[in-house]
Design a protein around this ligand. Structure first.
Ligand code: PRP
Ligand code: URA
Length: 209
């Protein structure tokens, strides 16, 4: 059963409101998406396993805690997911980064795969799939299936804005994947865009419209 965490941190709420505004330009939009990703990463890594290690401070020996193994990977769904990578890496710099290229066919709304390059040892890593938008869920469900087909067993999904339709689909098709959501919106319009949402995340990050 998926664990669903909806962010309640005031900084995250504030920054999401900022990127929703139609007047926010690409430079600020990109910067805020990255900051939101790093704050969400902080929340989404709360339960990572730690191990005890003996270290020596300038004052003497002590037992400290560190992450048990450098076993994380970040996989953005291209294009818009790229906007979240730097923010994630600012929190977990040792993570490897894979890329999955998918776009949503505007007519059928089905995801079309065009790229997949993953760390060679991705099946041994805990993978954070990142995409700012979870709308119908088609893209994220397909991306997670691609990872599972490569043997990845531990997957978390992070998005900035989700529609209830996408959340339901993810829960049904990947009940083993925990979801970290910045804000849960009302639903989808007739073109399967999230309302109120923020428009087309990829276009807003890269200034393509
Ligand atoms: C957007 C978004 C998600 C997808 C969400 O990407 O970044 O990947 O749509 O919609 P879904 O949940 O209905 O699949 P898009 O297809 O616009 O591609 P882009 O990132 O290249 O702009
Ligand atoms: N993709 C986006 O970028 N925005 C939406 O609202 C839905 C899909």
């Amino acid at each position: 059963m998926s664990k669903i965490t909806i962010m309640d941190h005031p900084l995250i709420k504030h920054k999401i409101t900022y990127i929703r505004r139609k007047d926010t330009g690409s430079k600020d939009f990109r910067c805020m998406v990255s900051e939101i990703a790093s704050l969400m990463c902080y929340e989404a890594t709360r339960d990572l396993k730690l191990k005890e290690v003996e270290i020596e401070t300038p004052m003497g020996k002590m037992m400290g805690k560190e992450l048990s193994g450098k076993t994380l990977a970040i996989v953005p769904i291209l294009r818009a997911g790229l906007g979240m990578v730097d923010g994630m890496l600012s929190m977990i710099p040792a993570a490897k980064v894979g890329h999955i290229g998918l776009y949503r066919d505007p007519e059928t709304l089905e995801p079309v795969e065009y790229y997949c390059k993953l760390p060679a040892d991705c099946d041994k890593r805990e993978v954070f799939v990142v995409d700012p938008m979870l709308a119908t869920g088609g893209s994220s469900v397909a991306a997670i299936q691609m990872l599972k087909d490569k043997g990845v067993k531990r997957i978390r999904f992070m998005c900035i804005i989700a529609a209830p339709e996408g959340v339901e689909r993810m829960k049904k098709e990947h009940p083993d994947v925990d979801l970290y959501i910045g804000a849960l919106d009302e639903g989808l319009n007739e073109h399967a865009y999230i309302v109120p949402g923020l428009g087309d995340a990829g276009d807003r990050i890269f200034g393509t419209k």
